[in-house]
Design a protein around this ligand. Structure first.
Ligand code: APR
Length: 252
């Protein structure tokens, strides 16, 4: 396997999905078959599901919080930290994962596109989200800041659910990174930009559209995944294998 072509001016945009954390012991969505205890993901990961049954939703996320105990980043997470140290501001990591393992590994130039499992926010008001490991088994948590129009408003996990919009500021940050990167050109006229997607099935947007955005400005695109992904045909290079082996080798 050859290394990524990273010269002294090359920018690197990395996208990660559940596959990068699989070897840390977190099952991917695909592995779960889109179901949890017989409930569809829409029931436990959508605003409608939360409105209909907040206890069930908090049970799901409480269990996911508990399952994080003792889970640590693997060699793929660490390889991305080393790459960031080398590239500095020419590096940006976008993750769809909510497991916070990139932060645990030490990544800094990072966007958590779908939120963070270990943070909680109000379902009504704009108070900032806060770090939270509680599992709320007995009582639903309520907001101390707002009154939710007469009824105590419920706190919820700081996660972007199905049907919810991604924070536009995060998308802007990615666009700015790509705009800067595309001003640097290789001798053959291509953008001096590499895109690497790791461990994602490529079917949830806007993340799945990044490969097209990068190709649109002339960057070079790589997919590192256990198997062919749904949008795999859009990548110029595909490396099949386990993230913990493939990713360190790409930066060796
Ligand atoms: N190394 C590399 N890839 C792996 C590994 C591994 N050890 N194990 C699994 N994979 C691959 C699988 O082959 C699969 O293609 O990782 C991919 C994981 O796909 P999904 O489970 O669909 O996860 P992801 O793409 O991150 O899902 C996107 O969907 O459910 C929503 O919001 C949720 O962020 C999530 C989004």
């Amino acid at each position: 396997m050859s290394r990524l072509p990273l010269g002294s001016t090359t920018s690197l945009l990395v996208l990660t999905g559940a596959g990068i954390s699989a070897e840390s012991g977190i099952p991917t969505f695909r592995d779960a078959g889109g179901l949890w205890e017989g409930h569809s993901m829409a029931e436990v990961a959508s605003p409608e599901g939360f409105a209909a049954n907040p206890q069930q939703v908090w049970r799901f996320y409480g269990e996911r919080r508990r399952n994080m105990t003792g889970v640590t980043p693997n060699a793929a997470h660490h390889a991305l930290v080393a790459a960031e140290k080398r590239l500095g501001d020419r590096f940006l990591l976008v993750t769809q994962n909510v497991d916070a393992l990139h932060t645990a590994a030490g990544s800094e130039r990072m966007i958590e596109l779908h939120g963070n499992l270990m943070r909680t926010r109000c379902s009504v008001c704009d108070r900032p989200s806060f770090a939270d490991t509680s599992t709320y088994n007995d009582k639903l948590p309520t907001c101390e800041t707002c009154d939710g129009r007469g009824r105590k408003s419920l706190l919820r996990p700081d996660i972007v659910w199905f049907g919810e919009a991604i924070n536009p500021q995060l998308m802007n940050r990615i666009s700015r990174f790509l705009a800067t990167a595309s001003t640097r050109r290789t001798p053959s006229g291509y953008a001096d930009l590499v895109f690497l997607a790791i461990g994602t099935s490529g079917n949830v947007y806007p993340a799945a559209g990044l490969v097209n955005a990068v190709r649109g400005i002339g960057g070079h695109t790589y997919l590192a995944n256990l198997e062919e992904s749904d949008n795999g045909y859009q990548f110029q290079e595909t490396i099949l294998g386990k993230a913990s082996e493939v990713v360190p080798a790409l930066f060796a």
